[in-house]
Ligand binder design. Structure first.
Ligand SMILES: [Zn+2]
Length: 358
């Protein structure tokens, strides 16, 4: 049997501070002091401090929060993160990451190494990384998924999110829709005896998507949509923590995206690659949610957006070939013998795929 211990005593962490709304950046100082944290290490994406630092620091001043380390993150080599983490002042109460995926991963891993609380302040919701228990870091020059810890706090300021370019929202939509195929792959892998399954994590995964899909309309500019997309992505991260694996949020569609990242000089955003691949993999799986999902991706404008800057067919077919070897011993629909040829045929002939992969 590939696994033995069905029962585990593994500790599950959840975020203790969850704030999603307008003007939240100015209130971080209050949230910190409420939890007894007054010395913080602050990491930024390049250029962001100038844009939103004023509001953050004003809140810090009001609550006597001291910044014991303030850095812009440019590199995510694991050695670099290690060095920075172990040089942080000993009195650091919390580590804050403000910005995109790189800085969130950097700060999250620092906090994980030091066993300190991590406060995640994403400035775009283009994937579920801001609340996942994993990080994507450079190990020996390759982007690698490295186990980390779920954030202690998640603060999403919708003032900032609503001003980011639409492509980040479409990427968030694409990453979110992947629950459809990831959960299917997980269940089949379990039935074949390759994986342990967790009903609650799977249920949370399905519900996290339902929050978004069941909306009567998908207006990407509405605060309700932004709030629901943020909540969905956050719950998807928590489903991974509960499952103890990325299975609830990552199946064949993520393997294809990972292969594209390696193949393409300039890959598309993670969620764009994942969203397109989810549609393809759902067709391969004969997934019962295909129609619901197709409607969502059409009505939200996802497919239209991708068709304006489609993925390259040549690179995509290469990625399909390489995808099953991206993770060892990881069953997905692409592990089935006939899947590759079927997938290539769909890329060549299916009406929507023909527009988004050219
Ligand atoms: Zn993802």
């Amino acid at each position: 049997m590939p696994y033995q211990n069905f029962f585990t005593n593994r500790q599950i962490n959840i975020p203790y501070v969850v704030k999603i709304g307008y003007g939240k950046i100015g209130r971080i100082g209050k949230y910190l002091i409420d939890k007894g944290m007054s010395n913080v290490a602050l990491f930024w994406s390049d250029g962001l401090e100038e844009l939103i630092g004023g509001k953050l620091y004003k809140g810090f001043e009001q609550h006597d929060i001291e910044v014991v380390c303030n850095k812009i993150v440019q590199y995510i080599n694991i050695e670099e993160v290690d060095k920075v983490a172990f040089n942080l002042p000993r009195n650091t109460d919390a580590i804050i990451g403000v910005g995109g995926g790189k800085v969130i991963d950097f700060a999250k891993y620092c906090a994980h190494l030091l066993k300190k609380p991590f406060i995640s302040v994403p400035t775009s919701i283009s994937n579920d990384g801001f609340c996942s228990p994993n990080t994507s870091l450079l190990v020996d020059g390759r982007r690698t998924s490295v186990k980390s810890s779920i954030p202690f706090g998640i603060i999403i300021d919708l003032d900032i999110i609503s001003k980011t370019p639409k492509m980040f929202l479409y990427s968030g939509i694409g990453d979110m829709i992947s629950k459809v195929t990831a959960l299917w792959d997980w269940k089949v892998a379990f039935r074949k005896g390759y994986e342990r399954y967790n009903d609650f994590a799977a249920m949370l995964g399905y519900h996290s998507l339902d929050i978004l899909i069941s909306m009567p309309q998908y207006d990407l500019e509405s605060s309700e949509f932004l709030r629901n997309l943020s909540t969905s992505l956050m719950m998807s991260g928590i489903a991974m923590e509960i499952a103890g694996t990325s299975r609830p949020a990552s199946g064949a569609e993520h393997l294809i995206s990972q292969a594209l990242d390696n193949i393409c000089k300039r890959p598309h955003l993670h969620g764009i690659q994942v969203g397109v691949s989810t549609y393809l993999c759902a067709l391969l799986q004969n997934n019962p949610a295909i129609e619901k999902m197709k409607h969502f991706l059409l009505a939200s404008g996802f497919f239209k957006y991708v068709s304006e800057d489609p993925l390259s067919k040549e690179q995509y077919v290469q990625a399909l070939r390489e995808a099953p070897s991206m993770k060892k011993d990881y069953y997905t629909v692409l592990s089935e013998k006939e899947s590759f040829l079927k997938a290539v045929h769909l890329v060549e002939t299916e009406a929507i795929l023909k527009k988004v992969i050219k």
